[in-house]
Design a protein around this ligand. Structure first.
Ligand code: ADP
Ligand code: F6P
Length: 327
């Protein structure tokens, strides 16, 4: 028999991403529509362990759709990997009358959610939210679109000064071990070279490529370096190039956490709103242990087990396209 759901818990977990607030808002407002109660769990799994629960109403999520970060805050909580901690977390939720849970986060957060589902049968669904876009089972994650636009605007500005001074800039973007942000921003900014973790590159080919640019009268350039790449950080890549071609004037910019914040884009707000709505409906329909995403413009359900055992994959052919377009 399906458990009757009267009170839903909602939380954000792992790295924050723009659009998380829009997702929280959609979960709360949809639950209100069905006359359910909602509890906000502060700071992800940490708050679950510390009983940091706040009642949420329609008013609690007013004027947040356009705000970056997450009003519920987030955290990394390594102790949640221990069974006893998770048992305590479930007890805390039961004590607070929480019948079902929406976890908004990345694959690490879904591992925790999957354990709640498997070990305790706790009803839980997940919404993919990370700037990295590396989650299997959805075409896009909440926050990716804003992050690539932030990075693109920053690289456009760097391009101006690179051109003024005949410099080669090595710009490091985030992505953990995935090249989505790098590939998209590399294409969008017309970067001369884009280095991603999914493609094994070597420093001599990179230098030859930059030399070829010079021969074609390119006096400046942008190399987008994904963190987690084979040739190291942007600082390390720049140093290796400088060692081989000392005449190049090189500079390094690491964009860092600027990519995680800011006003969410229209696409991220829409994605987060639709997924938040779908999450509450899915729980009421008896779904559990699944991530809700969008594939080919349709809502999709992927078991956590599958979502965490695979990775969203970049289209490697785009890497070849960046090379053709940049010369
Ligand atoms: P993200 O969700 O953005 O991938 P993390 O990888 O930091 O971020 O994971 C967020 C949180 O999820 C962790 O701090 C931890 O509390 C929980 N978590 C991660 N991996 C596991 C796991 N294997 N088992 C249980 N909980 C986990
Ligand atoms: O997963 C999002 C992300 O921003 C990655 O791109 C990056 O590798 C990581 O989180 C940085 O994490 P932290 O904020 O803990 O340094």
């Amino acid at each position: 028999m399906k458990k009757v759901i009267q009170k839903i818990g909602v939380m954000t977990s792992g790295g924050d991403s723009p659009g998380m607030n829009a997702a929280i808002r959609a979960v709360v407002r949809t639950a209100m529509f069905y006359k359910l109660d909602v509890v906000g769990i502060k700071r992800g799994y940490k708050g679950m362990l510390e009983e940091d629960f706040v009642p949420m109403t329609s008013a609690s999520v007013s004027k947040i759709i356009n705000r970056g970060g997450t009003i519920l805050q987030t955290s990394r909580c390594p102790e949640f990997k221990e069974y006893d901690c998770r048992k305590k977390a479930v007890e805390n939720m039961e004590k607070a009358g929480i019948d079902a849970l929406v976890v908004i986060g990345g694959d690490g957060s879904f591992r925790g959610a999957n354990d709640l589902f498997k070990d305790f049968g706790f009803p839980v669904v997940g919404l993919p939210a990370t700037i990295d876009n590396d989650i299997y089972g959805t075409d896009l994650t909440i926050g990716f679109d804003t992050a690539i636009n932030t990075a693109m605007e920053a690289i456009d500005k760097i391009r101006d000064t690179a051109q003024s001074h005949d410099m080669i800039f090595f710009v490091e973007v985030m992505g953990r071990d995935a090249g989505f942000i790098a590939l998209h921003t590399g294409i969008a900014t017309g970067a001369e070279v884009t280095l991603i973790p999914e493609i094994q590159g070597d420093i001599d080919s990179l230098c030859n490529y930059l030399r070829m640019g010079r021969r074609k009268n390119k006096s400046s350039g942008i190399v987008v370096v994904a963190e987690g790449g084979h040739m190291g950080s942007a600082i390390e890549v720049a140093a290796q190039v400088k060692e081989r071609i000392p005449s190049y004037e090189t500079r390094v910019t690491t964009l860092g956490h600027i990519q995680r914040g800011g006003i969410p884009s229209c696409n991220d707000r829409v994605l987060a709103s639709i997924l938040g709505f779908e999450a509450v409906n899915a729980l009421l329909d008896g779904h559990s242990g699944e991530m809700i995403g969008r594939v080919n413009n349709k809502t999709s359900f992927t078991p956590f087990e599958e979502a965490v055992s695979r990775h969203g994959e970049v289209d490697k052919s785009w890497y070849e396209i960046t090379k053709i377009l940049s010369v």
